[in-house]
Design a protein around this ligand. Structure first.
Ligand code: C2E
Ligand code: CA
Ligand code: CA
Ligand code: CA
Length: 277
């Protein structure tokens, strides 16, 4: 076989691979990943900005496929949400968190873990039921669980409000994730049963740039203070950002300046090494 033959053989191979992959949608891959147990959870420390004490962590899902390649949650979470798979995935994530919680609480009884919820998770009773059941089995107080609901959750304001209230009444803490990037108006925040908000990384990125984002952040922070809400900032990478946030009364921070997401055992060590003064 000469060069042209090789080239056309390669082309046919590429065509077949492409066609097979096309039939294998992201949704189908997520289903298979769930069946194979390919999803794991890592934890990113959330610290008190004033002294760096680690008070909690955020559970972040990781998907490593059989061939070793990682797929970012930014790619598969929206697909899981759109294809009705997110509740199964959230169930799986919650199971992982409870499997780890015992050792976290042994390292520090007051530590809390934040779990991300999508809109349908907040609206269904299923997640509530699962959390309640697992808490009873493992003897974990509701106050050790923080639920992060993105602003996207709040599209249907009335429904979100009543389901959030039911989580709240059961003792879970609720925060609005990625605050400032979504639909909810600042005024609307006053009507939601939440304990705090998470300032999106885009605001932290813009610190000191003198951009409009700085002004918006100022408004968000003063409203949060008026409403008595805890504020956590995500994506803190530089000390100057931390200093700015501390000066404006932000209590908690999370970001590479402190630590990246890590597996459960490493998180235990981090908690142990960063006790409150
Ligand atoms: P998020 O909830 O806003 O999570 C924060 C993301 O920022 C994480 O990315 C985290 O690793 C990353 N990050 C944290 N600190 C820094 C930093 O200092 N610099 C930079 N450049 N990045 C930082 P990740 O894990 O890739 O997650 C992306 C998004 O996927 C999350 O954004 C969240 O919306 C979603 N997600 C992740 N895990 C879950 C989950 O278990 N359930 C659901 N429903 N969504 C999840
Ligand atoms: Ca989050
Ligand atoms: Ca966030
Ligand atoms: Ca974010």
């Amino acid at each position: 076989m000469g060069l042209p033959g090789l080239a056309s053989g390669g082309l046919i191979f590429w065509l077949i691979v492409t066609l097979v992959r096309r039939g294998d949608t992201m949704g189908a891959r997520i289903r298979r990943g769930l069946a194979r147990g390919e999803f794991r959870v890592v934890y990113q420390p959330i610290v008190r900005l004033a002294d760096g004490a680690c008070l909690g962590g955020e559970a972040l899902v990781r998907w490593q496929q059989r061939d070793g390649s990682m797929i970012s949650p930014d790619r598969f979470i929206p697909v899981a949400e759109a294809e009705g798979l997110i509740e199964r995935l959230t169930d799986e994530i919650i199971e992982h968190v409870f499997a780890d919680l015992g050792k976290f609480l042994a390292a520090r009884p007051s530590v809390w873990i934040a779990i991300n919820l999508s809109a349908s998770d907040v609206e269904s009773d299923r997640v509530r039921g699962r959390l309640d059941r697992l808490r009873k089995t493992h003897g974990v107080a509701a106050a050790q669980i923080v639920l992060e609901a993105t602003e996207r959750t709040l599209i249907d304001a009335r429904r979100a409000q009543s389901s959030m209230r039911s989580f709240r009444d059961a003792g879970y803490r609720l925060t609005i994730d990625d605050f400032g990037t979504g639909y909810s108006s600042l005024a609307y925040l006053a009507t939601l049963p939440v304990d705090g908000l998470k300032l999106d990384k885009t605001f932290v990125d813009g610190i000191g740039s003198g951009s409009a984002a700085d002004d918006v952040m100022g408004h968000i922070l003063s409203l949060a203070a008026t409403l008595g809400l805890d504020v956590a900032a995500e994506g803190v990478e530089h000390q100057a950002q931390a200093d700015y946030l501390i000066a404006r009364g932000v209590t908690y921070g999370q970001g590479w300046l402190y630590a990246r997401a890590m597996d459960g055992n490493a998180f235990c060590g981090y908690v142990d090494g960063h006790l409150p003064a």
